[in-house]
Design a protein around this ligand. Structure first.
Ligand SMILES: [Zn+2]
Length: 279
């Protein structure tokens, strides 16, 4: 199936972060790989003439200040992923506000614009952290893509709405991460490890299914997913990576680039706020 002019616009979102720091431990240093990996993503998007939303992690942009201007210059939307990648349900509302303010200030300093969209680190808006919504709205965030409507081990609200909707407690439009419904449950398919590990037909089929219902889908990826040798190299250098994590995090990374390219050929994508403007 090829891309059709009248087809539904889906959101393409990139969480701009460094694998080691966001996966192995929030206290770990940011590696220079994030710069090279972001350039890889930018080249691929440019080649397909697609604009995306980059949810920038403050700590990464502070360490590599050339990064965010480069992404903004290429015409992509800049949202915030917070500053330190601390999971919301593990910190206090006061600490979250401080983290978010710090990330917003940094984005304003680096590209001269306030972000209006947000993604929680590791989708950590759960039942235990719904207090985050009003804080986001107070700080000028209008769009969030932070709730996974699944029964996940570390994240998810299983009975949350599956499609874009307003938060009941504040002026915020939520774009939940895309799922398919099977056997009475919602299943994750459209991002990160799911795009890497599941069969391509399942991922594309899910987007097609959601679009047939006249809803947009949201796809999320990270620059590091295009870095095929990262996990093996860091492990050899002595970073704390267990065998199990090595296998789970590096398996089939070589597929991701081709899959993202194919998705961009088969579906229409735009930044999150542009997609929600059509809602
Ligand atoms: Zn993240």
């Amino acid at each position: 199936m090829s891309q059709r002019p009248g087809a539904i616009l889906n959101a393409l979102t990139i969480d701009l972060e460094d694998w080691a720091q966001s996966t192995l431990g929030a206290h770990l240093p940011i590696t220079a790989r994030v710069v090279r990996n972001t350039q890889r993503v930018l080249h691929l998007l440019t080649a397909h003439d697609v604009h995306a939303t980059f949810f920038a992690l403050g700590k990464v942009c502070e360490r590599y200040p050339e990064l965010l201007p480069m992404v903004a210059e290429a015409g992509h939307e800049i949202g915030t992923h917070g500053y330190g990648h601390e999971l919301l349900y593990s910190i206090t509302p006061a600490r979250f506000r401080e983290d978010l303010e710090r990330s917003i200030d940094l984005i304003v300093r680096q590209i001269g614009r306030r972000p209006v969209s947000y993604r929680a680190p590791a989708f950590s808006i759960t039942r235990d952290s719904l207090w985050a919504g009003p804080i986001l709205a107070e700080l000028g965030i209008r769009y969030s893509s932070s709730i996974f409507p699944i029964a996940g081990g570390r994240y998810g609200i299983p009975d949350a709405p599956r499609f874009p909707h307003r938060w009941p407690t504040c002026d915020l439009l939520e774009f939940p991460l895309t799922t398919v419904r099977r056997f009475g449950r919602n299943w994750p398919v459209c991002g990160g490890g799911y795009v890497r590990l599941l069969p391509y037909a399942l991922v594309a089929g899910a987007i097609r299914e959601v679009n047939r219902l006249r809803h947009p889908a949201v796809v999320y990826l990270h620059p590091y997913e295009l870095d095929v040798t990262e996990v093996a190299e860091l492990r050899r250098q002595g970073w704390p990576i267990s065998r199990e994590r090595y296998v789970h995090q590096s398996l089939f990374r070589g597929r991701v680039r081709g899959r993202l390219a194919r998705l961009m050929t088969e579906f229409r994508f735009a930044p999150l706020t542009e997609v929600l403007a059509h809602e």
